[in-house]
Ligand binder design. Structure first.
Ligand SMILES: [Zn+2]
Length: 376
C-alpha cells in the first residue's frame, strides 16, 4: 500500500503494512520482521545465560537483570501493538520462555514454581519483579494501541480523500474484537467511552467499529492495572493464608521498595556483588536463600568469637532480623556517608552526628536505664 510514515499515528499502520505483509494484521501468519525480532531476542537470552555461567572478575548479575527487564522482556512490545493477538501468541510464548530461562540463570535456580512465576510477572509496586509476560500483553496491547491511534489514522485517511466506507473496509478490526473477547473471559470489560469495568459486563460495551470515528481513548494503563489486580489476588489466594508469604508480598510492594531492581543503575551506584543481588532476588521471590542446617555467624564487633549461633532459616528471615554485630547500622552509616559526601561535593560544610536541640529530645536506653537524649 506504500503509505509514507510521515503522518503522526500512521506509523502504526505503516509499520504493519511495511513490505509485503499487507495481510498480516488479520492473518495468523507472522511477518518476517517480527520473526527476526524474536530471533534476536532469543539470541540475546542465550548470550545473557552464557554470561551468567562464565566466571568473570566483575559482577554481572545486576547488568544481566537490567538487560532482561529493559530489553529482552520488551523485545516484542511493538509487535504486540501491530499484530493480531492470535499471530502474536506464538511469539509471546517463545519470548516468555526465553525470559524465564534467563531469570532462572540470574537466581541460579533450575526452575520456578507457579507461585514464583506469578511473583516474577507481577508489577513491582504490587510486590513482584515487574516482568509483565508477553502473553499478558497479547490480551490487550493491540486493543490499547488501536484505541489510541486509529481515530487519528481514520481521520487522516479521510482528509486524504478516502471515503468512509473505504477506510472502514481497509482497516481490519478483528484483532481489537479478539482482545475484547479475551479480556471478557478475564471479567475485564471496556465501555464505549474507554472506561474499564471489572466483574459484570457494562450495558454499553465498546464496539470495535466505533473506534474509527470517535475520540482516542488511552486504556493501556487501566487495562494492565485491572489484569494485574486479578494476578495479585490469585497469587495471594495461592498462599493459602501463609502469613510469611503475604507479609513478604506486602513488604516488597510500594513505590520505592523495588527501585534497586527496576531502575537503570547509575554509574556512580555502588557495585552489587552477584551473590548479594541473587540473594535479594531470591528473598523477593520467596525462593530458599540458604541451604538448611546452617547457623548464623554474625559476631559481636568487640568480640569476634561471640557469634550469634542461632539456626539460619532457609528463607533468610533471621539473617535480616539478627541484631548481633555491626550489620544493623552498616547501611545507615553508608547512606550517611554518601549524603555527606554529596553535600561536600556541592560546596557545603557537612558535619555528621550533630546534636540539633531544636529537634527536641527522645527516649533512649543506656545500660538498662531509660534516659532522655537530644535528637541528632
Ligand atoms: Zn544471628
Amino acid at each position: 500500500m506504500g503509505l509514507a510514515q510521515v503522518f503522526d499515528n500512521l506509523e502504526l499502520m505503516g509499520g504493519a503494512l511495511d513490505g509485503q505483509h499487507a495481510a498480516s494484521i488479520g492473518s495468523s501468519s507472522v511477518p518476517a520482521a517480527s520473526a527476526k525480532r524474536l530471533g534476536q531476542a532469543e539470541e540475546l537470552a542465550a548470550t545473557l545465560q552464557t554470561m551468567l555461567r562464565t566466571p568473570l572478575t566483575q559482577p554481572v548479575h545486576r547488568t544481566v537483570w537490567t538487560l532482561l527487564d529493559k530489553v529482552l522482556n520488551k523485545a516484542l512490545d511493538y509487535d504486540a501493538r501491530i499484530l493480531h493477538p492470535e499471530s502474536f501468541s506464538t511469539l509471546a510464548e517463545r519470548l516468555d520462555h526465553a525470559v524465564l530461562a534467563t531469570s532462572c540463570g540470574v537466581t541460579r535456580t533450575a526452575s520456578f514454581t507457579a507461585q514464583q512465576v506469578g511473583c516474577l510477572r507481577l508489577s513491582a509496586r504490587r510486590g513482584g519483579c515487574d516482568l509483565t509476560s508477553a502473553r499478558t500483553k497479547g490480551l490487550f496491547v493491540h486493543l490499547a494501541a488501536a484505541s489510541q491511534y486509529l481515530p487519528a489514522v481514520a481521520q487522516k485517511l479521510a482528509a486524504l480523500g478516502y471515503e468512509q466506507s473505504c477506510v472502514e473496509g481497509a482497516i481490519d478490526l478483528a484483532g481489537v474484537d479478539h482482545c475484547l473477547s479475551a479480556l471478557e473471559r478475564h471479567s475485564v470489560h471496556v465501555r464505549h467511552d474507554g472506561g474499564i469495568v471489572t466483574g459484570a459486563p457494562p450495558s454499553s460495551r465498546l464496539a470495535p467499529s466505533a473506534l474509527l470515528w470517535g475520540q482516542a481513548r488511552k486504556i493501556h494503563s487501566p487495562l494492565l492495572d485491572a489484569l494485574e489486580s486479578f494476578s495479585e489476588q490469585a497469587l495471594r489466594d495461592s498462599f493459602s493464608g501463609s502469613k510469611r508469604d503475604l507479609a513478604r508480598l506486602w513488604s516488597c510492594s510500594g513505590p520505592v521498595s523495588s527501585r534497586w531492581l527496576t531502575e537503570f543503575p547509575a554509574s556512580w551506584w555502588p557495585a552489587v556483588l552477584d551473590d548479594k543481588f541473587t540473594m535479594a532476588l531470591k528473598f523477593r521471590l520467596g525462593l530458599p536463600v540458604y541451604p538448611a542446617g546452617l547457623q548464623c555467624a554474625h559476631a559481636q564487633s568487640k568480640d569476634p568469637f561471640a557469634v550469634c549461633g542461632k539456626a539460619l532459616d532457609i528463607s533468610g528471615d533471621h539473617a535480616v532480623c539478627c541484631n548481633v554485630g555491626p550489620y544493623t547500622s552498616i547501611r545507615h552509616s553508608a547512606l550517611n556517608g554518601i549524603l555527606a559526601q554529596a553535600g561536600r561535593d556541592a560546596g557545603h560544610a557537612v558535619l555528621l552526628e550533630q546534636v540539633v536541640p531544636e529537634l527536641g529530645f527522645k527516649k533512649s536506653r543506656r545500660g538498662g536505664t531509660e534516659v532522655w537524649v537530644e535528637a541528632v
